[in-house]
Write a protein that binds this ligand. Sequence first.
Ligand code: ADP
Ligand code: MG
Length: 252
Amino acid sequence: MKIAISGKGGVGKTTIMAILAGALRQLGREVLVIDADPSPHMAETLGIINADQVKPIAEMTKLLAERAGKTQGSPFYNLNPEVNDLLHDFMIEQDGIKLMVLGAVQTAEGGCACPENHVLRKMLKKMLLTANEVVLLDMEAGVEHLGRGTVAGVDQLLIVVIPSRSSIRTALKIKEMADSVQIPGVFFVANQVVDEDDRQFLCNELGESPVAFFPDSTTIRKAERSETPVTDIADSLSEAPDQLLQAVLNGA
Ligand SMILES: Nc1ncnc2c1ncn2[C@@H]1O[C@H](COP(=O)(O)OP(=O)(O)O)[C@@H](O)[C@H]1O
Ligand SMILES: [Mg+2]
């Protein structure tokens, strides 16, 4: 299963993806998280030590180019099933959760990391997963990845939304694009929900109910400040992590 996450900047994508990674791991799933944000912070959120030692996928582009010289067509054309071996060089693992970092190089003009995104796109499409393996793709804010088709190969897209009009506007735009590239499961996940008013506002404006409602949480804030892995404090978030887990497992 391949799951991507999107939503406006700062709404809690990385936090929620890390919590989901922990919950899936607890169920015994093999979890690979790919941090595709040009300003990566999944390692810190998961509390992964020595994260700077992970080789970014950006470096894989060179390797793939070399290999591609020996094969016809796409670099991944002849790579399966060896692709899994290759990927191991670009992973760091802690507590059973594997992490890869896209490591996009940002230009002064904020230019695009096209080769990296190309590799990511190919990887998502061609990775062979068993029923027990889950790939979680954490992305930068907004809809750029959808525009580039990076998430076209995923089974599910989680759109994180907080009770604000601007976040909802972005979420609805993302949903429209996700539907146009025919992602099988597209769900809203609410974050920073304080009360019933927040819930109602989200349901009304989105036109459907989010699959999980994460509370506004002092515990999350404190975890971030004290560099505590967010997976350690998931129990304090009432039923939200389980709601999300069930939605993901049921595909709805
Ligand atoms: N439910 C929440 N309650 C309180 N703080 C939160 C919550 N979700 C996320 N945060 C905090 O908000 C900030 C942004 O979250 P993050 O997951 O990094 O967002 P994104 O990945 O969407 O940019 C982080 O400091 C995080 O600890
Ligand atoms: Mg993030």
